[in-house]
Design a protein around this ligand. Structure first.
Ligand SMILES: NC(=O)c1ccc[n+]([C@@H]2O[C@H](COP(=O)([O-])OP(=O)(O)OC[C@H]3O[C@@H](n4cnc5c(N)ncnc54)[C@H](OP(=O)(O)O)[C@@H]3O)[C@@H](O)[C@H]2O)c1
Length: 278
C-alpha cells in the first residue's frame, strides 16, 4: 500500500519542495497550508491533496488530519515544517511578536503532534519529523527569539522520543542550514523600534551578513530529500543536519570550546561591525 505523509506549511520553500519530492517518490501527500485556495501547482500533482491547516488553529488541524485519513486511508508520517523567523535585536521585539513566534514554531508543532498521537498510538507506528534548524543546536546574532523556539523543539523532540519509542513511534528532527526560501523575505518578521538607536551599527551589519547567507544558500530541494530519508529510514536515529555547512558547524560546536565556536560565528556574522555600540 502507498505510504501517506501530511506536511505543514507547504505554500512555499521547504514544505513545497517536500510535497513535490514525496509525490515524485510515489507517496500520497496531504499538503497543508493556511490558504490552499491560492495554490496553483501542488494541486496538479499526482496523489497530492490540499488541506487548510493553520498550526495555531486546533480546529483546522483536526479537520485536516481527519480528512487526510479519510481520503488516503492512513497517515504514516507527519512533517512539522510550518514556521518562520522573527529576527532582530531582542530589546526591540514586542511581546506580541515573541508570542506569535512561539505560538507558531513551538506550540504549533506541539498542537499538530498532540492531535496525531492518538492515531499513531493506536496503530503502534508512525513517524513525526520536526523541521527545526541548525539554529536549534547552535546560535547566531540577532536570532535570539527564533533560536529560543528551535532549541525548544530540539529538546522537546529528543525527550519525546523516549516515551514514544516503546509504542513504535519515531521522532526525528531535520536541521537545515541557511536555505534560499521566503524565510529571508516575505515570511521574516523584523523587530523594529526607531527609538532605540544604540544597536544601529550592530544590527545593520549582522542583518546584512545574515541576509547575504540566505541569498547565496542552496535551494529547498536538498532539505526535501533529507526529510524523505528521515521518513523512510528504519532506525530511530533523531538528528538530520542538512545543507551548506550545517553538518560541519554542528560538529565544530560539539568538539570546540564554546568561546572558540562563538568566535568563529562572530568572525562571519559580525564582519564589518565597528565594535562600539555608541
Ligand atoms: N530557509 C532557511 O534558511 C531555514 C533554515 C532552517 C530552518 N528553516 C525552517 O524551515 C521551515 C520552513 O521554512 P522555509 O525556509 O521553507 O520558509 P518559507 O518559504 O517562508 O515557508 C514557511 C511556511 O510556513 C508557513 N506558515 C507560517 N506560519 C504558519 C501557520 N501559523 N500555520 C501554517 N503554516 C504556517 C507559511 O505559510 P504562509 O504562506 O501562509 O505564510 C509557509 O508555507 C521553518 O520551520 C523554518 O524555520 C528554514
Amino acid at each position: 500500500m502507498k505510504k501517506t505523509v501530511l506536511i505543514t506549511g507547504t505554500s512555499s520553500g521547504i514544505g513545497k519542495a517536500a510535497v513535490i519530492y514525496f509525490s515524485e517518490k510515489g507517496w500520497n501527500v496531504a499538503a497543508t497550508m493556511r490558504n490552499p485556495q491560492k495554490e496553483t501547482k501542488l494541486n496538479k500533482l499526482p496523489n497530492v491533496r490540499l488541506y487548510t491547516l493553520d498550526v495555531t488553529d486546533e480546529a483546522s488541524i483536526k479537520i485536516a488530519i481527519d480528512s487526510a485519513i479519510t481520503d488516503f486511508g492512513d497517515i504514516d508520517v507527519i512533517v512539522n515544517n510550518a514556521g518562520y523567523g522573527a529576527v532582530g535585536i531582542f530589546e526591540k521585539a514586542t511581546p506580541e511578536q515573541i508570542q506569535k513566534q512561539f505560538d507558531t514554531n513551538v506550540f504549533g508543532v506541539m498542537n499538530v503532534t498532540r492531535q496525531i498521537l492518538p492515531y499513531f498510538r493506536k496503530k503502534r507506528s508512525g513517524t513525526i519529523i520536526n523541521v527545526t534548524s541548525m539554529g536549534g543546536l547552535i546560535t547566531f546574532p540577532i536570532y535570539s527569539v527564533y533560536h529560543g523556539t528551535k532549541w525548544a523543539i530540539e529538546g522537546w523532540s529528543e525527550a519525546l522520543s523516549y516515551e514514544l519509542k516503546p509504542l513504535g513511534i519515531k521522532v526525528k528532527t531535520v536541521e537545515p542550514s541557511a536555505i534560499k526560501t521566503d524565510f529571508y523575505d516575505r515570511s521574516q518578521d523584523l523587530f523594529q523600534n526607531a527609538a532605540i538607536t544604540d544597536y544601529d551599527n550592530y544590527e545593520q551589519v549582522t542583518l546584512s551578513n545574515s541576509q547575504k547567507a540566505g541569498e547565496t544558500a542552496p535551494g529547498p530541494e536538498v532539505v526535501a530529500k533529507e526529510i524523505f530519508n528521515a521518513a523512510t529510514e528504519t532506525n530511530f536515529s533523531i538528528h538530520h543536519p542538512v545543507g551548506g555547512q550545517a553538518p560541519l558547524l554542528l560538529l565544530l560546536r560539539r568538539i570546540l570550546p564554546l568561546s572558540w565556536f562563538m568566535g568563529i560565528v562572530r568572525s562571519v556574522v559580525e564582519k564589518g561591525f565597528k565594535g562600539s555600540l555608541s
